[in-house]
Design a protein around this ligand. Sequence first.
Ligand SMILES: NC(=O)c1ccc[n+]([C@@H]2O[C@H](COP(=O)([O-])OP(=O)(O)OC[C@H]3O[C@@H](n4cnc5c(N)ncnc54)[C@H](OP(=O)(O)O)[C@@H]3O)[C@@H](O)[C@H]2O)c1
Length: 342
Amino acid sequence: MARKSRRIRVAAFGGPERLTLVEEPEPEPALGEVRVRSLAVGVGYPDLLIREGTYPGGPTPPFTPGYDLVGTVDKLGAGVAGFAPGETVAAITVFGGYADLVCVPAEHLAPVPAGVDPAEAVCLALNYITAYQMLVRVAHARPGARVLVHGAAGGVGSAALEVARPARLAAYGTATGAGLDVVANLGAAPIDYQSEHVTARVRELTGGDGVDIVLDGIGGATSLRSYRALAPRGQLILYGHYSTLVAGRRSTTRLAAFYAAGALALAANALPGGRRVRTYRSAITRDLHPDWYRHDLSVLFRLHADGHLHPIVAARLPLTQARQAHELLAGGEVHGKIVLMP
Ligand SMILES: NC(=O)c1ccc[n+]([C@@H]2O[C@H](COP(=O)([O-])OP(=O)(O)OC[C@H]3O[C@@H](n4cnc5c(N)ncnc54)[C@H](OP(=O)(O)O)[C@@H]3O)[C@@H](O)[C@H]2O)c1
């Protein structure tokens, strides 16, 4: 009888109740693919957007969510060389990761050094890569640059504060409640996005100048505040659609506001003052620059080994609790990253 493996399946766009566990025959790697046995699978906001159907270019049901994973090489497809069974690897998959076994194109895999906790490694595989590539590859941040990070106690946000520290950037992070302590502990100046006027506070903290870089994964009204927080020749990087969901569910009003504000922010590229508004997507960067992922992840693992990075694993849950993981993330106040450990 064919051996079975488990995966989470979404049969139709909708809420966390759409995540159901199915058992199927083990998938076979196709030409150029490697079958990976999952050790740690990231749960991040993009997974909620994909589940709700608001993620641009996301899959249509039925599909398995799962944007990023760390696992061991299990079986090589035809034409694959350079991987040994048992070797630990990481990948950005965009979807498909919530499973025991995942078939991944070999060119998307990057090695994970022996001995690294898989849950911490998967934080590096997406959140730290996103933060690092925005700061280094897109913004070309120099020591001393001032950077405002929104959602700074969350998955990507906390990673950005950690990457900023060894790069000697001056960081400011928006959060609320207990997240403000998380931001302060990561060496940044906390700003309460609920009780403070974020732009005015940024101006106050920077002696009226504004910041050189803003990382904005929230969008909508936040993008306009982000632009106003920029110093002349500052750069705003838009990288997420967080504000299109309310309590983790799709909001048509918020979607409209998101695209209107995004268009306005991008149109500001035509204004004088040299401020720049750009967008960033890790999966697009992976496809445009296939060598960057391996290189940048090796830089991050080196920083991790040297004690500069301490990924915050908010919760480790079994694959069977994918639904609870989504509910937890939608509820807010998750600091760091939730990880499924199949
Ligand atoms: N471009 C890419 O390649 C890429 C990769 C990964 C993620 N993303 C995007 O990045 C964003 C964050 O993802 P994530 O996984 O890090 O999510 P997350 O862990 O849920 O973090 C988001 C954080 O934002 C905070 N927040 C909510 N509303 C805010 C507001 N108005 N102002 C400032 N902060 C606010 C939340 O804090 P509280 O709930 O505690 O208030 C939470 O800590 C999402 O839009 C995601 O799609 C993009």
